[in-house]
Design a protein around this ligand. Sequence first.
Ligand SMILES: [Zn+2]
Ligand SMILES: [Zn+2]
Length: 272
Amino acid sequence: MFTDSHSHTLPYSPDARMTIDELVAKAKSLGIPRVGITEHYEIDMIYPDDEVMLFDLDEYDREFLKWQSDAPQDLTLLKGIEFGYQSHTARAIDIIASCHDFDVVILSNHNFRGEDVYFSKIVYDVPLKERHAEYIGIMAEMCENCDNFDIAAHYDYINRYNPDDLAVVRYEDCPSEFDRFFEALITKNKSLEINTSSINSLIKKKNPSAMPDPAILKRYQEMGGSMITLSSDAHCAEALAQHFDITAEYLKSLGFKENTYFIKHVPHREAL
Ligand SMILES: [Zn+2]
Ligand SMILES: [Zn+2]
């Protein structure tokens, strides 16, 4: 089984539905060697019911040491965080990321025109090509503006809650935005996440193209990109490492050979 670099637990991620003990038990039962725990940290975002996704980072540092010392010997817990990017928070993200000893820092864009895609009422009123071009353009800007991160998460988050079951994110929707995104990732030696929660949502919709668009991944390779990170983005125990085997087979069929995970921001590779 492969390393899973992206997961969420209670109480640090309020939208999670598993505790650290439940995550550890599931990881152990699946034989996963390493799990990245990457709690949500959304600067300057207020959710419905005045909820925020922020937590005490010093307390997290202390708790994580306990989690690591309590974990089974054959399971490594990688200390991580998932920052939600907005243009005006780039500097804050870079500063916070450098002030704590994370193994892995994930950058995400959960927003479209100021609202989280999960809650947004307007996002799917915008025509698909315009919507995807704008979203991938912000992914590019995020990777250009931030330096202290390891992985750019779920480029396909914009489509995850789309009520149109047949819609997917394709390279042809916005080639110049994808190229800009990949240019920043490759220049900065960061990893492109392959997010199996996004794949799972397409499988549940019975979308015949549940795997990432091959044109996206071929273009990434063509531009010199080889670093990819398999991530479940699990919020509950059942989702940990979900669809990893079929996704790894798919990635191998496109010529990718390794899954990259991070320890103290240093990339490590394991065979797919
Ligand atoms: Zn996310
Ligand atoms: Zn996540």
